[in-house]
Design a protein around this ligand. Structure first.
Ligand code: FES
Length: 103
């Protein structure tokens, strides 16, 4: 089972292979949403960017960036930035989640 580590913390979330990163973070008590984004977000459709996280390790173990991610930013996201709702987890990774991880 893949592990999602929260950068800068001792928190680790075990997820099923292919799990949606946003849902895994929320279920693990480390929501990527902060502020108003907790209540006002696109619910994982890939439109609002309220679930933006920085992948600091194991990016190769996530699904490739989606067309929604590219369309939203009108260019490919930097390799280490992902919309958590668009990423699937296929192996261990480490993510920096605003409000959860030290910046
Ligand atoms: S929840 Fe809106 S882009 Fe991910």
């Amino acid at each position: 089972m893949p592990l999602v580590r929260l950068d800068g913390t001792d928190k680790t979330i075990e997820v099923g292979k292919g799990a949606n990163l946003r849902k895994a973070l929320i279920m693990g008590g480390a929501s990527p949403h902060r502020g108003l984004g907790r209540w006002v977000n696109c619910q994982g459709v890939g439109l609002c960017s309220a679930c933006l996280v920085r992948v600091t390790g194991g990016a190769e173990n996530l699904s490739p960036p989606t067309r929604m991610e590219a369309l939203h930013y009108r260019q490919p996201l930097k390799h280490d930035l992902r919309l958590a709702c668009q990423a699937r987890v296929f192996g261990d990774c480490t993510v920096n989640v605003p409000g959860q991880s030290p910046t």
